[in-house]
Design a protein around this ligand. Structure first.
Ligand code: HEM
Length: 486
């Protein structure tokens, strides 16, 4: 009996400590006297998101719409973790540009000891990120990106041969664009030759196999403990495969001389301040991690919108054909520069279906908002709700309407600064934005120049997103009917 009493008391004691800890965590914004969304026990303000009932971007959009105009930022909780949600575009501008020195961290988990490929530009913070960023900036120059264009154009020919092989009218667009983007990653980030990248594709879809939201959450909250416990974010066989491919391609590359510059591996090892092989391998994986999902999503969403707006699709196709004729059928930097309307279509896709619905920063120093009483404390996690900004009716009237003319030069200039950030910006913005735009345009040219797309019985309208992912992706594969158009 006494034993049972003791067990009961211990359980009660543990529960009380747990309850008190939760209450303390969820009292952070109240103690600081900051306007905040009232949290629910344990889940904070993202209950539906954790259960997969709604997408994170919708939860953020609700908070943004409720509090915008009342303060420069509002506090909220992702489970027990306090976050600042920025509401004011001036503050967005300060955080990513003018005062970016206070916000150089992103606060993601990286464990370079146990998982060497996690030492990449996306995941690192602090001095390690700073050094790597300086060396990477030397690689991602306009001139270097242009050197990669011929290889991109060559890879994009697979799109037409895949379309040519199709014997039915209904096309799985997600698979079609996925195969192109995987080929680009295999070939340009990892240096793989040839055309058959099936094994690479297999591991690219499996490295998240062991992902558990609660483990990732604990790793973010207690990174030192996670490192001590050797927590790994990605599946080990996938990491072993990517590491082996990158290192062996680097060696192979050294054996051959005088090759044309066609891969990021070459650009990194030929740089004035070259990285070591292990560091280059980590960057190759970082590119796959940061780039593949958003590229697939953007090309898929773009074709989906064009299928639903045939007049815009015809306009883009006409522009592509005319411009190709003017440039002798060659995909050159000048040709891409002249695709003005097609670029507007891409930007409107990135606005309406923003692949990264938010940007993350962590304050590395206390930041007093100029001319106000507000302070962002050192260590505060800051979230910039880009998808909510892109759908704000005061900035983009009728935000649900797909209208590429919003990106005509004059219309763009009429909008406030920091109102369009699909690639983030400033110090921690997407280092590959120019390359990604180039890859998307080259892909669109191959997709549109000879084929026409339309919704079919298997097309999901309206678009449904996958709530289990933080980045935006369609809930199921995008399918459209496709026909040859000469
Ligand atoms: C549609 C395609 C893409 C989109 C929409 C996109 C968007 C983004 C965004 C929003 C960020 C965070 C920016 C910030 O916090 O301010 C980012 C970071 C990054 N992206 Fe991209 N990205 C795309 C493609 C790519 C590709 C193809 C690569 C690599 C070849 C890449 C490499 C990176 C890296 C390395 C970072 C981290 C930069 C740093 O923290 O210093 N991205 N991207």
């Amino acid at each position: 009996m006494e034993l049972m009493h003791r067990a009961l008391l211990t359980a009660l004691g543990a529960l009380s400590v747990f309850y008190a800890l939760v209450k303390i965590s969820l009292g952070y914004w109240k103690r600081r006297g900051i306007l905040h969304e009232k949290p629910k026990f344990l889940w904070g303000n993202i209950k539906g998101v954790v259960g997969g009932k709604r997408h994170a971007q919708d939860a953020l959009l609700d908070i943004y719409a409720t509090y915008k105009g009342r303060a420069p930022f509002v506090g909220f909780y992702a489970c027990l973790k306090p976050f600042i949600l920025v509401l004011d575009l001036k503050l967005v501008h300060q955080i990513i540009f003018t005062d970016a020195g206070h916000f150089t961290s992103r606060g993601l988990y990286s464990n370079s000891g146990g998982e060497p490929l996690s030492a990449n530009l996306l995941q690192l913070d602090g001095n390690k990120w700073r050094t790597l960023h300086a060396k990477s900036a030397e690689v991602f120059t306009t001139t270097n990106m242009q050197k990669l264009l011929p290889r991109l154009a060559q890879i994009s020919t697979r799109i037409q041969s895949d379309l040519g092989k199709m014997d039915q009218q209904t096309c799985n667009i997600s698979e079609l664009v996925g195969a192109y983007n995987v080929d680009v990653m295999a070939s340009m980030a990892f240096g793989l030759g040839g055309q058959d990248h099936q094994e690479f594709a297999k591991w690219s879809s499996r490295y998240w196999a062991n992902f558990k939201l609660w483990q990732a959450y604990l790793a973010l909250e207690f990174p030192l403990i996670a490192q001590l416990l050797r927590y790994k974010s990605y599946a080990e066989p996938a990491m072993a495969y990517f590491q082996k491919v990158a290192l062996s391609q680097l060696q192979e590359q050294r054996r051959k001389d005088r090759q044309p510059l066609q891969t990021f591996l070459q650009l990194y090892s030929n740089a004035d301040q070259p990285l070591g092989d292990a560091e280059i391998a980590a960057q190759a994986f970082g590119f796959l991690l940061a780039g593949l999902g958003p590229l697939n999503a953007t090309l898929g969403f773009c074709l989906y919108e064009l299928a639903r707006h045939p007049e815009l699709q015809d306009r883009a196709r006409r522009e592509i054909k005319k411009t190709l004729d003017r440039h002798g059928g060659q995909v050159t930097p000048e040709f891409l520069r002249d695709l003005r309307f097609t670029k507007q279509v891409l930007n409107e896709t990135l606005r309406l279906h923003t692949p990264h619905p938010f940007l993350l920063r962590r304050a590395t120093k206390e930041f007093e908002l100029p001319g106000s009483v507000f302070v962002i404390a050192r260590g505060n996690n800051v979230l910039i709700p880009t998808a909510a900004i892109h759908r704000d009716p005061e900035i983009y009237p009728e935000p649900e309407r797909f209208d590429p003319d919003r990106f005509e030069e004059e219309a763009k200039l009429s909008r406030p600064q920091a109102s369009f950030l699909p690639f983030g910006d400033g110090l921690r913005g997407c280092i590959a934005a120019r390359f990604a735009e180039q890859q998307l345009l080259v892909g669109l040219v191959a997709l549109l120049k000879e084929h026409r797309y339309a919704p079919c019985a298997e097309t999901t309208v309206p678009m449904a997103y996958d709530n289990r992912r933080l980045l935006l992706a369609p809930k199921s594969d995008i399918k459209l009917s496709v026909e040859w158009k000469d």
